[in-house]
Design a protein around this ligand. Structure first.
Ligand SMILES: [Zn+2]
Ligand SMILES: [Zn+2]
Length: 768
């Protein structure tokens, strides 16, 4: 009698792999569409040869939410997607095929991109399985599917018809590296060492003024010089004219409150366009635009003898010329913020191009309301969205001059300029297809297809609509999007892009709030709290960890490590600690597995006491799951399992358990009761080990179970916990100090308050 049903004494990655195979055979993802429905709008990752461990962890954390909602009784729509549109794959192809996108046939280039993306798809799916994501990995959706792109185009067509999309030629962020306009949301800033040049500008009436600038190469674009109206140094100069060095053109001096008198000399040249301030001032003063830079970031004819040079070359050259002419007073080293493109990190220029815009300014106030209505986990990140909303001053430029993206579905009549907008529903490629109709205005059949694509955020911002069957399956859309509870999990770095654009687009299209819950994960840093990067040599790949410790250990570690939304440090040592915890759990289960399962019998006081503590652990853990933050409950649950249950309860009842009477049965019953509930509580976090134990001892799979119910039946016994723990520790300490084994006899009194537990305590400590 009393042989453990579980044989293993150490948890292993191989057992975990066995579980994964078993689930794959059984089909581990199903979505029943039974109410209540919970929708998780999983971030579709971009395919890459290597996955950052922090990203892998965030997906595991989202899976914990999915599993916990299922155990709470929800049907969970938890699709897995891959985001495949955009610039990174285009570069990859250019680099590895040694070709230039603009000099290569578009059709073939698009094919090369597709092949490159496919290569990484499988690798990512494998990691997702090893992480045990309980989503639909076998039927991943891809944002470059014809069906997905057709939906993006359908939404473009709808908004076009409603007058929310328009074309305009205005100065905007331009990435010379990617040769495309980009939105403010895609602009990042880096701090850089730079130079501030103090240049003499001759005054028309004789003498000169000093103007400090970081961009002397843009002097050709200068159309105005500004000073602050209250700056006494320059009051007499307002209305006078300066002569531009090198170019000799006359430019007016005017006053504007936006000028910072503290910067440089307090005198500022306004050029088209050095930065966004220039753009604003240009508009305000209605100046004449001078295109000094072309789309490759090179100087134009407007720059005279510097035409054809890159910004850096031109700057060096003009500084040299100014110095020769005695117009360069001095050069100061400074640190300044330079705008860069978030994808390629190249410096951004400001260039005017005709682009399509989606209206967003007029929606800002409504979106602020939506931001307030949503529940945020953690709350602190809401401010980031509000800050972004408050900074929006212009509409969203949505056209991109790239190839691997969703095409703008428009044709232009070459004869009369009529714009043809097709019917929504199909995927259109105007750069290679004919619309097949006559121009309704002039009868011509000579069309020019639009060649630009859409900003990839136009695609990914409707992921929640795509996964819920918008415009495809009315019934599904009603049950999931309209009636379900929807959660958006994502990182802080894409609040102003993915989250913001999703809220905007869904609101424009449906008039509804896209999500009830927004869950923001923290970032995975290295052990010293630094970002992981190739250059620092501190990158850990998920495969390494999964091979050595497995998915359960990684998942358990991530929940133990920190609260939702906080950055955390990734340490192999602590992941190994999590792995050891799993072995401890296995051994607790192994001990329990020695005893038969019985119906509830009359319980002893010790049994009631541990059940009261089990109830407390349940309550805390279930509350934590409700807040999508299992970290809040896990330390208590671990302490309950490893300490109160394993070190105290199991030791107190060891002898009683080995009997064959009602009192023994009371222990057996309690042991299984506790183990079952602990497994159910841990199942979302460590799916492999909990299911392995469950299937070894009980019916079915733990993943088909619901969370245990909380009940306060034995609540009054919790008051004994401190005393029981204190008494046991006192005796252990005493025996240790006296060099006695734990089993040796000892003479002592069981304190009066612990009388209800006297029998178990005496047997445990061998008290005579
Ligand atoms: Zn770029
Ligand atoms: Zn026409």
């Amino acid at each position: 009698m009393f042989q453990p049903k579980i044989k293993e004494k150490v948890w292993s990655v191989n057992i975990e792999k066995g579980m994964i195979e078993l689930w794959m055979k059984e089909g581990w993802y199903e979505f029943e569409e039974k109410e209540p429905i919970f929708v998780i709008d999983t971030p579709p990752p971009y395919p890459a040869p290597f996955w950052h461990i922090g990203a892998a962890i965030s997906y595991a954390q989202q899976d914990i939410i999915a599993r916990s909602r299922r155990m709470k009784g929800y049907s969970v729509l938890y699709p897995i997607g891959i985001d495949r549109n955009g610039i990174p794959v285009e570069w990859y192809v250019e680099k590895y095929e040694g070709i230039d996108m603009w000099k290569y046939p578009r059709e073939k280039f698009v094919e090369l991109c597709r092949t490159a993306l496919d290569k990484y798809d499988d690798n990512m799916a494998n990691i997702m399985r090893r992480l045990m994501l309980s989503g639909d990995i076998d039927h991943k959706y891809r944002t470059d599917l014809d069906e997905y792109r057709a939906l993006t185009q359908a939404t473009f067509i709808e908004l076009w018809k409603r007058g929310l999309i328009y074309e305009a030629n205005r100065p905007n962020n331009w990435c010379p590296r990617c040769r495309t306009t980009i939105a403010d949301a895609e602009v990042e800033y880096k701090t850089e060492k730079g130079k501030l040049y103090y240049i003499k500008f001759p005054l028309k009436k004789g003498g000169h003024v000093l103007i400090a600038t970081t961009r002397p190469e843009l002097i050709a674009g200068c159309d105005l010089v500004l000073v602050h109206p209250e700056d006494d140094r320059y009051k007499g100069l307002i209305g006078k004219k300066v002569i531009l060095p090198i170019y000799g053109r006359e430019v007016k001096i005017a006053a504007d409150k936006e000028v910072d008198p503290e910067f440089g000399t307090g005198m500022e040249m306004v050029c088209s366009y050095g930065d966004s301030v220039d753009v604003r001032l240009f508009r305000k003063w209605r100046l004449k635009e001078r295109k000094v830079l072309d789309i490759d970031g090179k100087l134009t004819e407007e720059a005279g003898k510097y035409a054809g040079l890159s910004v850096k070359e031109a700057r060096e050259k003009i500084v040299e010329d100014l110095r020769k002419e005695g117009l360069l007073e001095k050069v100061e080293e400074i640190e300044h913020k330079v705008p860069i493109h978030d994808k390629c990190k190249s410096e951004i220029e400001i260039i005017s191009m005709p682009e399509y815009y989606l209206k967003q300014v007029e929606f800002v106030e409504e979106l602020k309301k939506i931001a307030d209505e949503m529940k945020w986990y953690p709350k602190k990140h809401k401010q980031r969205l509000l800050d972004w909303l408050n900074s929006i001053t212009m509409d969203w430029p949505i056209s991109r001059r790239r190839y691997y993206g969703t095409e703008i579905p428009l044709w232009y009549c070459k004869k009369c300029g009529y714009i043809h907008v097709p019917k929504p529903g199909r995927y259109y490629k105007p750069w290679k297809e004919k619309p097949g109709i006559k121009c309704p205005k002039c009868g011509s059949e000579d069309w020019k297809g639009e060649e630009r694509t859409l900003d990839t955020w136009m695609d990914s911002s409707i992921s929640v609509l795509y996964i819920t069957g918008y415009k495809k399956d009315e019934e599904k859309f009603k049950r999931t999007f309209l009636k379900g509870e929807k959660l958006r999990p994502q990182g802080t770095d894409i609040i102003r892009t993915w989250l913001y654009y999703s809220l905007l687009r869904v609101y424009q299209l449906t008039g509804k709030r896209a999500f009830e819950h927004v869950w923001i994960n923290g970032m995975g840093l290295d052990e010293k709290g630094r970002k992981m990067s190739k250059s620092l040599g501190n990158v850990i790949y998920p495969e390494e960890i999964l091979d050595e410790y497995g998915g359960d250990a990684l998942r358990f570690y991530s929940v133990m490590e920190g609260a939702v939304g906080d950055d955390y440090r990734i340490s192999k040592e602590r992941i190994e600690g999590a792995f050891k915890s799993l072995t401890k759990l296995l051994n607790i289960a192994r001990y329990v597995s020695m005893f038969p399962q019985v119906e509830e019998v009359e319980l002893e006081e010790t049994d009631k006491w541990i059940l009261s503590e089990l109830n407390e652990a349940k309550e805390r853990m279930l509350r934590a799951y409700d807040e999508f933050d299992p970290h809040k409950g896990i330390h208590h649950l671990r302490k309950f399992t490893h300490e109160l249950f394993a070190s105290h309860y199991i030791e107190m009842t060891k002898e009683r358990a080995r009997g064959n009477d009602e009192k023994a049965k009371a222990v057996w019953y309690t042991l299984h009761q506790v183990l079952k509930d602990v497994l159910r509580l841990l199942a979302p976090i460590v799916p492999a080990i909990t299911d392995y134990i469950w299937r070894s001892l009980y019916e079915g799979s733990v993943h088909k179970e619901k969370f245990p119910k909380v009940d306060g039946k034995y609540e009054k016994y919790r008051k004994y916990t401190e005393r029981i723990v204190g008494f046991n520790e006192k005796i252990w300490k005493e025996k240790k100090e006296r060099g006695l084994s734990l089993k040796s006899e000892i003479k002592t009194e069981v304190p009066k308050e612990l009388k209800p537990f006297e029998g178990d305590l005496r047997r445990m400590h061998n008290i005579k």
